[in-house]
Design a protein. Structure first.
Length: 259
């Protein structure tokens, strides 16, 4: 009698990712709010602040200036963490854990689906930017770099909701994980350039990784390929990812150990 061999790690990841991506198509309610809210605020911010911003030194194109903010709000906090909670509550995760599937593949597969989702959301918001007249000085490759960096940030942030999901198994706690982003979002150059902020807020913003993320994304639109700004943006994404992914995978290990 021959025993079935466990599949490879890549196969495990692809299997989990395929299931998660298919579920996205059946759950438009998980996508529409993530798109509607940033588009709404993008329109409101442009309508209410554009005239004020144009009076500031530097000849700011406020539509271009706000587009990265809309992108960040669209992709931050979007994840399949609620699916993880459902799998915990229904016992599906326990069933997976008694199979030969690699434990890390359970989380990596979900994260691949998250990247697909946030890349798609970024693409739609950029499309809105083109409609209102935003153009990229960095050209088509700059648009692609913009989308990848933005989606990378969205993926990096997913470590927070996954950590909460695996630690608590509570959907309400997962839904509140977006609150973690509020200090990142508003204590930065979201609405005005860094030099236009008050002294204390400018100091705080300089320590905020989102500041460098926004500056890198904005540079692709208004300046072209500015290596220093892009490196800082990538460093901000990687730095947050190292922290959140460590938290998430340790939480997965604890969930596996305790059942």
């Amino acid at each position: 009698m021959s025993l079935a061999k466990p599949s490879g790690f890549a196969t495990d990841v692809i299997s989990v990712a395929t299931r998660a991506i298919r579920s996205l198509l059946r759950e438009p309610e998980a996508i529409i709010p993530a798109l509607v809210i940033p588009v709404f605020f993008y329109a409101i911010n442009i309508g209410s602040l554009q005239d004020v911003a144009e009076q500031l030194p530097g000849d700011i194109d406020f539509k271009a200036f706000q587009l990265p903010v809309a992108i960040i709000f669209a992709v931050t906090g979007v994840s399949r963490a609620n699916v993880v909670v459902t799998d915990i509550q229904t016992g599906y995760l326990d069933k997976l854990l008694i199979t030969p599937i690699r434990r890390s593949a359970l989380l990596l597969g979900m994260m691949i689906a998250d990247f697909v989702l946030v890349f798609g959301l970024s693409l739609m918001v950029v499309g809105l930017g083109f409609i209102v007249g935003v153009r990229f000085e960095s050209g088509p490759l700059g648009v692609l770099a913009f989308l990848i960096i933005a989606a990378g940030w969205g993926l990096a942030f997913t470590g927070f909701p996954y950590t909460i999901a695996l630690r608590t198994g509570n959907p309400a706690a997962v839904n509140s994980s977006f609150l973690i982003f509020f200090p990142f979002a508003f204590l930065t150059s979201s609405f005005l350039p860094l030099e236009a902020l008050t002294s204390w807020l400018r100091t705080v913003a300089r320590w905020n990784p989102v500041t460098y993320l926004l500056e890198g994304l904005r540079s692709l639109i208004t300046e072209g390929w500015v290596a220093e700004d892009l490196l800082r943006a990538v460093a901000a994404v990687v730095g947050i990812a190292l922290v959140t992914f460590t938290m998430a995978f340790r939480s997965l290990q604890k969930r596996v150990a305790t059942g």
